[in-house]
Write a protein that binds this ligand. Sequence first.
Ligand SMILES: [Zn+2]
Ligand SMILES: [Zn+2]
Length: 258
Amino acid sequence: MDYLLPLSYITTVTGGILLWILEGVIPFFANRKARGTHAAGNLSIAGVNLLILLPAGILMAGILEQSKSFWPGIRSLDLPVFVQTIVIILLIDLWMYSWHRMNHTVDFLWRFHAVHHSDPSMDVTTAWRFHYVEILFSEMLRLPVFILIGAGIQEILIYSMLMTPVIEFHHSNISISSSTDRLLRTVIPTPMMHRVHHSVVREEHDSNYGSMLSFWDRFFGSFKSNIDIRNLTLGLQNESSPEQQHLAALLKRPFHNL
Ligand SMILES: [Zn+2]
Ligand SMILES: [Zn+2]
């Protein structure tokens, strides 16, 4: 399973580059200016997060390996390996849905998650735009969940390899036909679904929380699609000025009036 980690890096980087190129060729919102500057801003936020994600990943792998001996989680059911992997992946995706929904419903968490939503020109690089405190909370909370489930580092890597291209895809500013989008959204959250999630209107952005599977939104009643996406405004109200979109301002944003 040693190949899983480099493979997950390769799918992430290749998927990101391909979608970035496609955004230039078949954009949904056309005439986007300064794509490079916008991407550099989002990727610098992502760079800060790597300082947390790399050591957290190593620590998590060690803890999960140790925890197997005293708490097997789903492994105690002795399911065939393939079925067990699918069940674990589904449960991880359910956690991702729940965590994302919590980020919208708990005001304190929204302060940090709002940095992801404040991007007025969502594209594939927005998939990496998260405040470092949100990343920190996410890493801290997912560890006990993974232990409870009995997820091993292999299942987490397989999940991330499947989920990351989907996240890049649904943030991307590419134009695909409505029939293809409708077909894809029976399984995964699509760009049309996630654009609703990035609308400035709260009733619209409090919907479509899915990461890898769109099923959870339908099941828990948070699916929304009947929106005029062409005329939708992305981002957050009064937060689109270049000063507010500057790296330092975005990092400081959650701490205003704390
Ligand atoms: Zn959100
Ligand atoms: Zn998003």
